[in-house]
Design a protein around this ligand. Structure first.
Ligand SMILES: NC(=O)c1ccc[n+]([C@@H]2O[C@H](COP(=O)([O-])OP(=O)(O)OC[C@H]3O[C@@H](n4cnc5c(N)ncnc54)[C@H](OP(=O)(O)O)[C@@H]3O)[C@@H](O)[C@H]2O)c1
Length: 209
């Protein structure tokens, strides 16, 4: 799949590296494609991934992954131009700067705001566990869940194998408005990790019978 990854930090860097190792064509959209850290990231993909502006990355791709800090999200999407025909995977969490809560929720979500800004088919994914667990999601024989939600079935069908490629067990939790629940779930993960001292080695799993 041709995938644009906007933001090449903890989340975007890890996703882009793993997807390119699985044969996807990854283009990072970054503020400075010529920087040393981007050169290092591209080298770590064995030269398989590329980097450019957000517009270049999105224009060449069928799927656009939003993995920037929440305050940068609107501009990053606007920089892409018209992406209304694309699938957007929203990985963001709309965190307060003190990491003790969310700046929006209850009656909307970051994912719904991303859908309004981009006009694209948005799928929320990858937001409920730390990026250090991507590609390393086995916990004593159990595989961490990769919860995702969205309103477009064809978009979700595209995203599901991309979640499995990251080593997560994909779990469809319904329509995009359920991002209002996934974003606070991410907040719980963060609170356990940072404010309650658990560190990053934990993840959520849904049990069913
Ligand atoms: N960290 C996690 O474990 C984790 C897990 C799940 C979800 N999330 C969410 O995922 C998002 C990214 O988190 P992160 O930890 O990966 O952040 P990060 O490490 O700070 O990386 C953010 C990246 O976005 C880039 N960026 C900033 N503005 C941009 C723009 N306008 N266009 C393109 N790229 C831009 C930054 O580039 P420069 O460095 O050049 O500024 C950097 O590469 C956040 O919304 C976060 O809440 C994080």
């Amino acid at each position: 799949m041709k995938i644009a990854v906007l933001g090449a930090g903890n989340v975007g860097g890890a996703l882009g590296k793993l997807w390119s190792s699985r044969g996807h064509e990854v283009r990072f959209g970054v503020p400075d494609a010529k920087s040393g850290k981007i050169a290092e990231l591209l080298a770590s993909t064995g030269g398989r991934a590329q980097a450019g502006s957000n517009r270049e990355a999105a224009g060449a791709s069928e799927v656009v992954v939003l993995s920037v800090p929440w305050p940068a999200a609107e501009q990053a999407l606007r920089d892409c131009g018209n992406i209304s025909s694309k699938v957007v995977i929203d990985c963001t969490n709309p965190l307060r700067s003190d990491l003790k809560g969310l700046v929006l929720g209850h009656t909307t979500s970051a994912a719904e705001q991303v859908a309004a800004w981009s006009g694209a088919k948005v799928v929320k994914a990858f937001n409920t566990l730390g990026a250090g667990n991507y590609g390393n999601a086995e916990f004593a024989g159990a595989r961490a869940d990769g919860f995702y939600c969205g309103d477009d079935d064809a978009a979700k069908a595209k995203v599901k194998p991309l979640i499995a490629d990251i080593g997560l067990n994909p779990v469809d939790v319904g329509p995009l408005r359920n991002a209002r629940l996934l974003e606070p779930l991410a907040m719980l993960w963060i609170d356990l990790a940072i404010n309650q001292g658990w560190g990053a080695n934990h993840a959520f799993k849904l049990l069913r019978r």
